[in-house]
Design a protein around this ligand. Structure first.
Ligand SMILES: NC(=O)c1ccc[n+]([C@@H]2O[C@H](COP(=O)([O-])OP(=O)(O)OC[C@H]3O[C@@H](n4cnc5c(N)ncnc54)[C@H](OP(=O)(O)O)[C@@H]3O)[C@@H](O)[C@H]2O)c1
Length: 296
């Protein structure tokens, strides 16, 4: 397919490379210039402006947050202004349910299609084309994106015909991930303060009742206290919990655990954790327990 790709961050760079590898004709754009060099060497065309990435069958956005998507899509000379009639915006960032609804309305008004397709998987998973894609939109539009999703991920789950359904599912998943990270941090602080080896403890967990990848990945980061370099940065984790709470508020769903996680992320950011991985909240319990003086 002829596709534009906007947002060459931790996730987007590997994803755009996989589209090229699968034989798609890819035009890339990033707000900060200079991020596209390696992709251009692999055959991508570099677009200086958002509009230049919107000339194909579809344009993918993989941007940080609501503000970024709002300015790139709804702003002047953005995606809405530039995408052709009948072409598709594939919105893969983790954004709010409310913004996804606004995007759907704006694209419909402009005669364009919207598929929301946020993903599960960290940058290494994205680079290996092994993402899990959660898609929502008109079934025929999701089907038309099939060749793109095949190039990017290992499996696509269609969760509804309203694009925002995919954003809600994605946020609920990140809420669960953050809950596991917090719980692992507390459990490891408990056994660690008693002098039990954290790595051995993790081996016990992941060899018995806690075999899921999430325990292995985040348990490993917490056991090793390895929160840099960030694969998924702490401010983005904070953003996802904020958006989860906003979705809960709109639907009148109290989420006390999400409220607690919101404060945990605030504590992490307040104590200088901006550049850390979001699993850095897994060290807060050790600090509260007096095991470490500072977060880093
Ligand atoms: N990392 C993960 O493990 C992971 C996993 C699943 C989903 N996600 C989601 O995927 C999305 C991207 O994550 P990431 O880790 O790739 O983030 P990232 O490395 O921080 O990259 C963010 C991208 O957004 C662009 N951007 C930020 N603000 C902008 C603005 N106002 N206008 C235009 N462009 C802007 C950045 O451009 P510049 O280069 O100019 O800053 C960059 O291309 C996020 O929604 C995240 O929640 C991430």
């Amino acid at each position: 397919m002829k596709v534009g790709f906007i947002g060459l961050g931790h996730m987007g760079t590997g994803m755009a490379a996989n589209l090229l590898r699968a034989g798609h004709e890819v035009t890339v754009h990033n707000r900060t210039p200079g991020r596209s060099q390696a992709l251009v060497e692999q055959g991508a065309r570099d677009a200086a402006q958002v509009a230049d990435a919107c000339r194909g069958d579809a344009v993918i956005t993989m941007l940080a947050d609501d503000d970024a998507v709002e300015s790139v899509v709804l702003g002047g000379k953005g995606v809405i202004d530039s995408l052709g009639t009948g072409a598709t915006h594939v919105s893969m960032s983790t954004i709010s349910v409310a913004l996804s609804e606004r995007l759907a309305a704006a694209h419909a008004k402009a005669g364009q299609r919207l598929v929301a397709a946020p993903v599960f998987g960290r940058p290494d998973v994205a680079a290996a084309a092994q993402l899990f894609i959660v898609a929502a939109g008109a079934p025929e539009d999701i089907d038309a994106c099939g060749p793109l999703f095949t190039a990017l991920g290992q499996r696509t789950f269609a969760v509804g015909s309203e694009p925002q359904a995919a954003n809600l599912v994605k946020l609920s998943g990140n809420f669960l991930l953050a809950s596991v990270i917090e719980a692992l941090g507390e459990a490891m602080a408990l056994v660690g303060k008693a002098g039990i080896d954290r790595r051995q403890y993790l081996d016990l967990l992941t060899s018995t009742l806690f075999t899921a990848p999430v325990y292995r990945t985040y348990g490993g980061l917490i056991a090793e206290q390895k929160f840099e370099p960030a694969g998924f940065a702490a401010p983005l984790g904070h953003k996802d919990i904020r958006l989860t709470l906003a979705a809960g508020e709109r639907l009148r769903v109290p989420m006390p655990l999400a409220s607690l996680l919101h404060d945990r992320f605030l504590a992490l950011l307040a104590q200088g954790g901006e550049a850390l991985d979001w699993s850095g909240i897994g060290r807060l319990a050790a600090k509260d327990a007096g095991q470490v003086d500072r977060l880093w």
